[in-house]
Design a binder for this molecule. Structure first.
Ligand code: ADP
Length: 395
């Protein structure tokens, strides 16, 4: 079956058409600047990227143009829309309502709407994408795959914040965690690659991209994760602060006469390794600046690695041990220097790294030495494939 995987952001829309039998992407693409002007980048498998500059005033037009690109006689990959058997949507926040992927119906749409409060930038965009696909492909089954669902197995002691309990019961204030599709996919692959028994396994997944999070996966189930009510908590990220003393917010707001929402923008968009270094959020730029002797870039990378190592240590305690550590996403998959920095801080766990294996790029590889007490590996994440599999399983 051919499955269209859709990931709708507020002004962007990523898509892949995947053949579920071969698990190969037939086409991948991205609509950018929706509601501003519009650009559609479409790449058929084995072909050249096509850039279409048609106006994209809203998500419905964006999806219409994606479907036109997929069926285009020159760069399309299917003859007819009837070849699309199902649509899988990435939905950011499922609250406590959605603990797994679901076939979308009116009740599910209402449930996703209820969670808009928790993800005001993301869930409304996801709903617009779902609505547009329903209009343009009536009768085609659609599935919602939630970023938060995998972490719904966390125990209460891991997800409760130590604030008045009514904030949890009245407003749903608790840790939810994100990147769940990636943590689920990567932890399963890690168990397979390390040859572990899924029912007797302790895995830490380090999803290190522009957004970054760690998770503790005990016997295949998430028992803790570093992102919280929102994706701001936890690791140091590209532009997000991760953990800070909450008192910093009031302290700086008073000094700089900033509002609460201005402070939240600072913590989301102007902090992280970008904030520390002043160089930027991309680790390639940070590595280059650090090499030239830029001290703030050096300390930003060091602080990033330190924070990840600290979380791995914490999650080892949470699971009373660790069998495997898996690195994934942009930095986790590509930056061997950062992986090495993190693992060097974890020598107390009996971890040793094989430098030649650590230099391999773009494939699943165990980077620890055979005598390392913990298996450390790189597992390229594939959220679209995971969404495709979930979609097929549900229909
Ligand atoms: P997200 O999906 O959260 O936007 P990604 O997982 O795509 O992020 O990761 C993007 C980040 O990965 C970039 O900002 C950059 O820091 C890092 N990255 C990508 N390629 C490399 C590379 N070759 N070397 C080092 N870092 C890289």
């Amino acid at each position: 079956m051919k499955v269209l995987v859709v990931n709708c952001g507020s002004s962007s829309l990523k898509y892949q058409l995947i053949d579920s039998e071969t698990e190969q992407a037939l086409a991948v693409g991205l609509c950018e600047r929706i509601g501003i002007d519009g650009r559609l980048k479409h790449t058929p498998a084995g072909g050249d990227k096509v850039v279409l500059e048609d106006a994209l005033p809203n998500h419905e037009v964006a999806i219409k143009n994606v479907l036109a690109a997929l069926t285009n006689p020159t760069y399309g990959v299917i003859k007819d829309l009837s070849e699309i058997g199902a649509v899988g949507h990435r939905v950011v926040h499922g609250g406590e309502k959605f603990t797994k992927s679901v076939l979308i119906d009116d009740a599910v749409i209402a449930g996703i709407k209820e969670c808009c409060d928790l993800a005001p930038l993301h869930n409304p965009a996801n709903l617009i994408g779902i609505d547009a696909c329903m209009k343009l492909m009536p009768g085609v089954p659609e599935v919602a795959v939630f970023d938060t669902a995998f972490h719904q197995t966390m125990p209460k002691e891991a997800y409760l914040y130590a604030v008045p309990y009514e904030y949890y019961t009245n407003y749903g204030v608790r840790r939810y965690g994100f990147h769940g599709t990636s943590h689920s996919y990567v932890s399963k692959r890690a168990i397979a690659v390390a040859g572990l028994d899924a029912n007797n396994s302790k895995v830490v997944v380090c999803h290190l991209g522009n957004g970054a999070s760690c998770s503790a996966v005990l016997n295949g189930r998430s028992v803790d994760t570093s992102m919280g009510l929102t994706p701001l908590e936890g690791l140091i990220m590209g532009t997000r602060s991760g953990d800070i003393d909450p008192a910093v917010i009031e302290f700086v707001a008073k000094k700089e006469n900033k509002s609460l929402s201005e402070m939240m923008t600072v913590l989301n968009k102007k902090s992280g390794v970008d904030g520390i270094s002043g160089v930027g959020s991309d680790f390639r730029d940070l590595d280059a600046a650090a090499k030239e002797g830029n001290e703030r870039a050096q300390v930003a990378v060091e602080a990033f690695a330190y924070r990840v190592a600290k979380y791995v240590g914490a999650y080892t305690a949470a699971m009373n041990g660790v069998d495997a550590i898996a690195f994934t996403a942009g930095i986790g998959e590509n930056d061997g220097k950062v992986r090495k920095k993190i693992c060097d801080r974890l020598g107390f766990l009996g971890i040793t790294i094989d430098d030649a294996k650590n230099a391999i790029r773009g494939e699943e590889v165990i980077i620890s030495t055979p005598d390392s007490k913990v298996k450390v590996m790189v597992i390229p994440t594939n959220e679209e494939l995971a969404i495709c599999r979930e979609t097929v399983a549900l229909i």
